[in-house]
Design a protein around this ligand. Structure first.
Ligand code: ADP
Ligand code: GLC
Length: 482
C-alpha cells in the first residue's frame, strides 16, 4: 500500500463554493476521492466575495508576500471545512472582494495576472504559516501556473519546501493569460526567463506557458487531449512547450461525480430511474416539456444542450445544423450562458420555432439536471474538448450523447455504427455542419427503432468513469516526483 501523501490543491474554483465550469466539478470530486484513499488533501483558493455567503470560514492567520523587490502585500488566511475537505482561503479585499471571479459583463479584469500572481505567492506563504509542507502542490490552469516558477526559483533555498514538488493540470489550454512584458517586475519574474522556452510568447508574458516549463509534471484531463496538445492543430499555439515536456505530460481522464449525477439518487429531478427501472425517465421527459411549455409528447425526440456559450463548444457548425434539424418533428432544449452573440442566435431559434425550441440564457444547475434526465439526446459537438463532463452525465442518464470525435469526448463515447447494437452515442469527425447534420439524422433514425434505441440507452447507462481511478493515476504521478 502506497504511503499517505500530503497534497495541496491550489485552485481558483471549487464546486459547491464557486463555479464557472467543469474545473470546479473536477477539483470538487478529485479531492474527496483522494482523501478516501487515505491522503491528506487540502484545498486553497481565493476568498471571493461570494465565498463569504457560500461558506462559513474563520481567519486563522495573517501573512505578507513579497511579489518583487518593492512590493509587499498583506493577506488574511481563512479556514473552512467543505464536503470533508479542509479549505483555506486567501483574503485580500482589493483583489478578490469583487462581483466576479475573473471578470464582469463578459470582460476579464485588467489585473488578472497580478491577482493570480499574488494568489500563487500567497499559497506558498500560507503553507509556512500553517506549517504544512506538502509533498506536492497540485496547480490547476493558468490561475496557478506561476506557482511552480515561484517555488523553483524564488524558494529554491527554502528548506521548508525541500521535498515539495508541483503538478500542473491543464483543464483547458485555450486559456493561457497573456500579459504585457512591462509586468515582468510586477509579477516577480526574472528577465532571464523571458525567452521562448519559458514565459515569452510573441513578445508577451504567457502565464500558462511558464507553468508548463516549470512544473515537475504536467497533466491534462484526457489521454486524447494530451496527444492533441502535441500537434500543431491541437496545441493551442503551445505545441513547442508541450513537446519539450512530452516525457512529463500525462492525460488522465476525469471521472464523473455520481454522488451528484446519478439518476437513481438525484434529488433534483422529478423522478428517479435506473437502467433496470426506466419508467422515471419518461416522467422526467414530460415534466421537462411541461416546465418549458413545449407540447408534452413522449413520441417527439428531445435534444438537450447545457453549455458555456463559447466557440470551443462548436456553435459555428451547430447553428446551421440546428436550422436543418428543426425542420423535423423534434424538440430542442438549450441552456447556456456566456457569449452574447451566441445567445442571440439561440434566442432567434427559440423565437422562430416556438413549438419546438426553448433557449434559457443563464446558469441553472437544477435545470441542467432536468435536461440531462428529460432529454433523449445530448448535444456536445465541440470544436475541442479537453475532457467534458456533460457527456459523462448524459451517458448515466440514458441521454445519448451526440459528440465530435475530439479530446475527452472521443475517450468516453463509443460510436454507434449503424450495424448491430453497439455503441453509447453518436460520433462525427469533421468540425463542419454537413457531418454534424448526418450524425443528427443517424440519431433520428435510431430513435425511430425503439429496440435499438433502448439498447443504446442500456449500453450508455452501463458506463462508469470513477474519480477513484483518476485519483489513483494522479497519486502514481505524485509518487514519481518524490
Ligand atoms: P466546461 O468546463 O468546458 O464548461 P464541462 O462539460 O467539463 O465543460 O463542464 C461543464 C459543467 O458546467 C457541467 O457541470 C455543466 O453541467 C455545467 N454547466 C455549464 N453551463 C451551465 C449552465 N448554463 N447552467 C448550469 N450548469 C452549466
Ligand atoms: C475545462 C474543459 C472541460 C473539462 C473541465 C474539467 O473547463 O473545457 O473539457 O471537462 O475543464 O476538467
Amino acid at each position: 500500500m502506497a504511503s499517505e501523501l500530503k497534497i495541496l490543491f491550489a485552485v481558483s474554483e471549487l464546486a459547491g463554493i464557486v463555479k464557472t465550469g467543469g474545473l470546479a466539478d473536477a477539483v470538487g470530486a478529485l479531492a474527496p476521492a483522494m482523501i478516501k484513499q487515505g491522503h491528506d488533501v487540502r484545498v486553497i483558493m481565493p476568498a471571493y466575495r461570494s465565498t463569504f455567503t457560500s461558506l462559513d470560514s474563520k481567519v486563522i492567520a495573517c501573512g505578507e508576500v513579497a511579489i518583487n523587490y518593492h512590493q509587499r502585500i498583506g493577506f488574511a488566511l481563512r479556514q473552512a471545512c467543505f464536503d470533508g475537505i479542509v479549505v483555506y482561503l486567501i483574503e485580500h479585499n482589493d483583489y478578490f472582494h469583487r462581483a466576479g471571479l475573473y471578470g464582469e459583463h463578459g470582460q476579464g479584469y485588467g489585473d488578472n495576472s497580478q491577482r493570480f500572481a499574488f494568489f500563487s505567492k500567497a499559497v506558498l506563504a500560507a503553507c509556512q504559516l500553517i506549517d504544512f509542507s506538502p509533498d506536492v502542490i497540485h496547480c490547476h490552469d493558468w490561475q496557478t501556473a506561476l506557482l511552480p516558477y515561484y517555488l523553483k526559483v524564488d524558494e529554491c533555498k527554502t528548506p521548508f519546501f525541500n521535498n515539495t514538488g508541483t503538478v500542473l493540470t491543464i483543464h483547458n489550454a485555450a486559456y493561457q493569460q497573456h500579459t504585457g512584458s512591462h509586468l515582468m517586475d510586477e509579477l516577480g519574474i526574472a528577465w532571464r526567463y523571458f525567452n521562448a522556452a519559458c514565459f515569452e510568447d510573441c513578445g508577451q508574458i504567457n502565464l500558462l506557458k511558464g507553468g508548463i516549463a516549470f512544473a515537475d509534471r504536467v497533466t491534462t484531463v484526457s489521454p486524447t487531449y494530451a496527444e492533441e496538445l502535441l500537434t500543431e492543430e491541437g496545441g493551442h499555439g503551445l505545441v513547442d512547450s508541450f513537446r519539450r515536456r512530452h516525457r512529463d505530460l500525462y492525460g488522465i481522464l476525469n471521472g464523473c461525480d455520481y454522488r451528484h449525477w446519478d439518476p437513481a439518487t438525484d434529488e433534483l429531478i422529478p423522478a428517479t430511474f435506473s437502467k433496470e427501472v426506466m419508467q422515471g425517465k419518461a416522467v422526467c421527459k414530460s415534466a421537462l416539456q411541461d416546465r418549458l411549455n413545449l407540447p408534452v409528447d413522449d413520441g417527439k425526440p428531445v435534444f438537450g444542450l447545457v453549455s458555456r456559450l463559447a466557440d470551443q463548444k462548436g456553435f459555428s457548425f451547430l447553428m446551421p445544423a440546428l436550422q436543418r434539424i428543426l425542420r423535423e418533428n423534434i424538440q430542442l432544449v438549450l441552456l447556456g450562458s456566456g457569449d452574447r452573440a451566441i445567445a442571440e442566435e439561440l434566442q432567434w431559434f427559440a423565437e422562430r420555432y416556438p413549438d419546438k425550441c426553448r433557449f434559457i440564457n443563464g446558469f441553472d444547475n437544477g435545470l441542467a439536471h432536468w435536461i440531462e434526465a428529460g432529454s433523449d439526446f445530448f448535444l456536445m459537438p465541440s470544436l475541442f474538448e479537453p475532457c467534458g463532463l456533460n457527456q459523462m452525465y448524459s451517458l448515466k442518464y440514458g441521454t445519448l450523447p451526440i459528440v465530435r470525435a475530439v479530446g475527452g469526448l472521443k475517450d468516453t463515447v463509443e460510436a454507434y455504427g449503424d450495424k448491430g447494437e453497439q455503441g453509447t452515442g453518436f460520433v462525427f469527425e469533421q468540425p463542419c455542419a454537413p457531418d454534424l447534420i448526418a450524425c443528427l439524422y443517424r440519431a433520428l433514425r435510431v430513435y425511430g427503432d425503439a429496440r435499438i434505441f433502448r439498447q443504446l440507452q442500456q449500453n450508455a447507462m452501463s458506463q462508469t468513469f470513477t474519480w477513484e481511478e483518476s485519483a489513483a493515476a494522479y497519486c502514481d504521478i505524485y509518487h514519481s516526483i518524490n
